[in-house]
Ligand binder design. Sequence first.
Ligand code: CA
Length: 272
Amino acid sequence: MAMHSRAISTSGPYLERRDRPGLRLRAAMQTDPGLRDNNEDAGSVDLEHQVFIVADGIGGRAGGEVASALAVEVVRARLAAARPEILKLAALRRDDSQHMVSALLECAVRGAHYEVSQRGGHARHRFRMGTTLDVVLVVGGEAYLAHVGDGRTYLVRDHKATQLTRDHTMAAAMIAAGGMSIEQALVSPLRTVLSNAIGTSDTVRVDLAQQTLQPGDRLLICTDGLYDYFDAQELARALSCLDPDRAIAELVRAAKGRGGHDNITGVVVEAF
Ligand code: CA
């Protein structure tokens, strides 16, 4: 039996003591199994610690569900515990303090890789379970991004959506190497084969990025089950016109209406 859609909406205003004056966040998340029996996606909205996470699990026999939930919880817990340190670093406003916040974020993601790898190794039937992982940590008006796999984070500003992450797929690697055109990649089976993931091999590559937020900015963190059904203009329109909870509900509803062949998960964060 299909699981029911699970919606988590959290609204601000939440003003951080040491954050840039006036910049507040509100956020909402929705995850839905789509047409599938299981939901291997997971996500988290933690407004208190300003941490937002989406993960898309892989690996049969419940392995994917375990991997994505575990990765989300490890990162959330580590960044919540590190919040005092992160606030101190942000308050220093030195050149290297932002680099150190990014390093703490990377450390949390590598912690998730370790935990998922360990769990996969111990449970025979979950061997090679893994997950994608996209994390946004906000402090001092800066959004710090960590990215592994083929989830995506978009910035919507001035009614335009910009993808801030690069898909870690075999097709993307082929394009980068000059072995495939973008048009060929759109229909290639390699489009859905991950070249990098949490927990599936000894090493993991963690992409890190940073984005200064402005009031009115929206971030969308989502799995492929969501972004596969929309172009950037459609995403920008939905996020620009609606509150986070209504925007994510509308996108999930539309993705299901257009097929919903995969699990569908998204987190929308709005700075205001
Ligand atoms: Ca998926």
